[in-house]
Design a protein around this ligand. Structure first.
Ligand SMILES: C[S@@+](CC[C@H](N)C(=O)[O-])C[C@H]1O[C@@H](n2cnc3c(N)ncnc32)[C@H](O)[C@@H]1O
Length: 191
């Protein structure tokens, strides 16, 4: 099942609004790209436990400070590793109700440290296995930067081969989108 809808909200806000109903005080969630920690704080506020990944020490430090300031640090494991290793670093048997990817590079930092299509697709495969039934993956993709278009195409290619009786895909686009505007994809596990 594939659906498309348009939103007036920013796609970050839309990702949070879409994910929130999937989370409860018992939920495990995964932030696949912690960056400055905004998504991580959102997940921590609505989950029992969050596993958060980033390849940059700077992202870990910024996210830690944000979580400490908001009294959420105890709920979050900050993991300095690529998201493609998530399957080996999350305790065996744990399933996530929401897994969030906000791709690209860390704003106001080194723009050459950026998500890559090969590791993104590897991480998405692991995420689809770590996802609980009725859980959701959200992917915010940015085609406007170098490599971003190829990464988004690889994501589309990947989700198209998913079994549609097991996964429902939504594409969420901004009402104000321009050429190369970001796109939000959600993948819900049906069974
Ligand atoms: C757009 S930022 C994320 C924004 C963040 N979620 C927030 O709320 O501020 C993208 C992040 O992905 C990280 N990243 C790049 N490659 C990665 C990888 N293979 N595994 C995990 N994180 C990665 C970058 O270091 C960067 O911090």
């Amino acid at each position: 099942m594939l659906s498309t809808r348009f939103t007036l909200h920013s796609l970050v806000t839309e990702a949070h609004k879409t994910i929130q109903p999937y989370l409860s005080a018992q939920s495990i969630s995964i932030d696949a790209t912690m960056g400055n920690g905004h998504d991580c704080l959102f997940l921590a506020r609505h989950s029992h436990k969050v596993y958060a990944f980033d390849v940059q020490e700077e992202a870990i430090m910024t996210t830690r400070a944000r979580l400490e300031k908001n009294n959420c640090i105890d709920k979050v494991s900050l993991i300095h590793a690529s998201h493609e290793t998530m399957h080996s670093l999350i305790p065996q048997g744990e399933k996530a109700d929401a897994i969030l990817f906000n791709l690209g590079y860390l704003p106001h930092a080194d723009a050459t440290i950026i998500t890559q299509k090969k590791s993104t697709i590897a991480a998405l495969k692991h995420a689809s296995e770590l996802l609980s039934t009725q859980g959701i993956i959200s992917i915010l993709a940015y085609p406007g930067h170098s490599g971003g278009q190829a990464e988004m195409q690889a994501i589309v290619h990947w989700y198209k081969q998913l079994d549609s009786s097991h996964f429902a895909i939504s594409i969420i686009r901004s009402m104000h989108e321009k050429i190369n505007s970001p796109r939000l994809f959600t993948i819900q596990k049906l069974q």
